[in-house]
Ligand binder design. Structure first.
Ligand code: FES
Length: 261
């Protein structure tokens, strides 16, 4: 009954919650301690009179608590270590050589590299396609050509005027003319005519051929080949390399392998 008579609302203006609770508790204890006498005396005003010193004590306690809290905060502030200075963070840009693709700059570097590679591959592909669509045109000399009239060739002479352009030697002897194809029968080099030695000599492996075209030295396995040689309608000598004659096959006996004059 004594606790119910204590007016605790007057402690509500104490700002500190702890102090307010302590003050209320003190008032309650004071009301309890002093409640026996008024109960026995039958008077209801006695607890109210006891509440004033209790409030005073509570306010004093609140003040002490506030002072203690302020001192504690000061101690905390003074003894707390200073916050670490803000230092610049690590370099975010990782060098490309170290595989720095995780940073934005590294990513764009790889992207640029990829685009350059793609453009190079595309250009190479287009170039190859262009070469395929427009191949180099190889202008080969005609395989059939006129070399002049028979009396323009000296007997016993090997005419080398047509070697570079048409790839033949024209030989004139007392009975006629024939055209030797200037390709070595070993591996295809072009022999030279050595008029002083009256032979064809291959510069590659040393094969030698007589003026007739028969091989006699070096690795050449067979004689030179002859081209078709005839008189054209206008009386000029016509050489036709599309038709060849091989000695070892007995083709030198065929009429068009030798032009009789
Ligand atoms: S190519 Fe002529 S000798 Fe070998």
């Amino acid at each position: 009954m004594a606790e119910e008579n204590v007016d605790l609302s007057e402690f509500d203006d104490i700002p500190d919650r702890v102090a307010r609770a302590k003050a209320k508790a003190e008032a309650m204890r004071a009301a309890k301690g002093g409640g026996a006498a008024p109960a026995s005396a039958g008077a209801g005003k006695a607890p109210a009179k006891k509440a004033a010193p209790a409030k005073k004590a509570a306010v004093t306690a609140a003040g002490r608590a506030a002072v203690a809290r302020e001192l504690t905060e000061r101690v905390i502030v003074q003894t707390s270590p200073a916050p670490p200075a803000i230092r610049p963070g690590p370099e975010r840009t990782q060098p490309l050589a170290e595989g720095g693709i995780t940073t934005r700059r590294g990513f764009f570097s790889w992207l640029t590299l990829a685009w350059v590679a793609f453009a190079s591959a595309s250009a190479a592909g287009l170039t190859a396609m262009g070469r395929f669509m427009f191949p180099n045109v190889l202008f080969e000399p005609p395989q059939s050509f006129k070399i002049g009239f028979p009396d323009e060739f000296d007997v016993g002479n090997v005419d080398t005027r047509f070697t570079d352009k048409f790839g033949v030697w024209v030989v004139r002897n007392t009975s006629g003319m024939y055209a030797l194809i200037s390709v070595c029968t070993h591996l295809g080099c072009t022999p030279n005519w050595l008029s002083g030695e009256s032979k064809f000599k291959c510069p590659c492996h040393g094969s030698g051929f007589y003026v007739s075209g028969i091989n006699f030295e070096g690795p050449a396995p067979r004689p030179l080949e002859r081209a078709r040689i005839v008189l054209a309608e206008d009386g000029q000598v016509l050489v036709d390399k599309t038709q060849k004659f091989q000695y070892e096959k007995g083709q030198w006996d065929l009429p068009d392998s030798f032009l009789r004059i």
